[in-house]
Design a protein around this ligand. Structure first.
Ligand code: COI
Length: 368
């Protein structure tokens, strides 16, 4: 039995996994929240998990009331961005049971991001057991409306008070949680970027690190000003091969075959929803190719009527339909998604699983 299974079984056997000390809030904010109107990322639950790394070891692991953390103006992260994070969701079913979706995959990716950013590993007892305990404690914060969830945000950053350019020796790890509604509420119009880049080979595109998002802000604001919703990033060498769109992985369906960029070049995130999409489709016998997908191939398919669907996948966004791609001076308008087969079926399957309406056959839902 793997370590991950051991943790999972331990966690699901014990509904109130008590591994870390808890300082409970005396002032819950729960009754202030309008769960029918929760914009993404503005409201945070009562507690957070916090841990400090110093002298090569993690210490002071505890669950405390959510709140500010003291920081020096010379904090290393503020200057050089040594910071990584994850995004995970917890759902509540009709019986009031709370489950976290595939936190082990995010843990794996978090460790890979840490390696790339010269940061220490966080032990699974802190990341996974701590997350289960935190979500169990704030279970009343998990919304129940369809499309809503408790977004879980682990983050680690350097805490050294020095502006010398080198990896930190001190780190803080936090897990906060936030009740959220849908990240996007409509199909998107994408601008196929041919100047700015998100990631290049040898860079940090596969790491979930703050700088990737910071670098996307200015180009994204530009395309929003031009009337588009998000950028479809292309490769840094030729601006020809499709990478990610906004904060999501991208899928293109051409003539019944589902295409998505591969992970080998290290320029896209190894998305957990991306992995779900691939596994679900392959189990249904739908062909999926992980390989470079060029804009020329998409243009050609649109021209000859075989561009069936384009969609994005991500934890925050789930599955989002793309309604239009803009490339140079051309607009590629997709068939209305009401006529699609692949993405709507995937969305239904994932929503059913999240809501507990479908069997947890792949063990993706970790009961808290
Ligand atoms: C996620 O899908 O969880 C993300 O990380 C997107 C986020 C940056 C809002």
């Amino acid at each position: 039995m793997s370590d991950l299974l051991t943790i999972k079984d331990r966690a699901s056997e014990s509904r109130s996994l008590e591994c870390w000390p808890v300082a409970r809030t005396t002032n819950s904010r729960l009754s202030d929240v309008d769960f029918n109107h929760i914009p993404f990322g503005h409201v945070f639950s009562d507690h957070m998990l916090a841990a400090d790394y110093e002298n090569g070891a993690w210490r002071e692991v505890q669950i405390v009331p959510f709140g500010p953390i003291p920081m020096s103006p010379s904090n290393l992260t503020l200057h050089y961005g040594q910071s990584i994070f994850e995004g995970i969701k917890a759902y509540k079913n009709d019986q009031g049971e709370v489950s976290i979706f595939r936190p082990d995959k995010n843990f794996e990716r978090f460790l890979q991001s840490a390696t790339r950013m010269a940061m220490p590993a966080v032990p699974r007892e802190i990341f996974l057991d701590g997350m289960m305990q935190l979500v169990g404690l704030d279970r009343d914060w998990v919304p129940t409306t369809e499309g809503s969830s408790l977004y879980i945000r682990p983050v680690m950053f350097a805490m050294d008070d020095t502006i010398g350019v080198k990896p930190g020796k001190k780190y803080k790890f936090l897990i906060m949680t936030s009740p959220v509604g849908p990240y996007y509420n409509k199909p998107l119009k994408l601008y196929v970027e041919d100047y700015y880049v998100r990631a290049c080979e040898g860079g940090v595109g596969a790491a979930k690190t703050a700088g990737n998002y910071a670098a996307s802000l200015y180009p994204t604001e530009e395309v929003i000003r031009k009337g588009f919703d998000q950028i479809l990033w292309t490769d840094a060498r030729e601006h020809k091969y499709l990478q990610e769109c906004g904060t999501m992985n991208l899928f293109v369906v051409i003539d019944g075959v589902v295409l998505t960029a591969g992970l080998e070049e290290g320029t896209i995130l190894n998305g957990v929803t991306r992995d779900c999409v691939i596994q679900i489709l392959r189990s249904q016998g739908i062909p999926v190719e992980e390989r470079p997908v060029s804009i020329d191939e998409v243009l050609k398919a649109h021209k000859n009527g075989t561009l069936d669907e384009v969609f994005g996948s991500g934890t925050a966004a789930n599955i989002i339909y793309i309604k239009e791609l803009h490339y140079h001076n051309q607009s590629l308008v997709l068939t209305p998604h009401e006529k699609w087969k692949v993405a709507p079926q995937l969305l239904k399957e994932l929503n059913d699983l999240h809501a507990g309406r479908a069997e947890n056959a792949r063990d993706w839902m970790w009961k808290v």
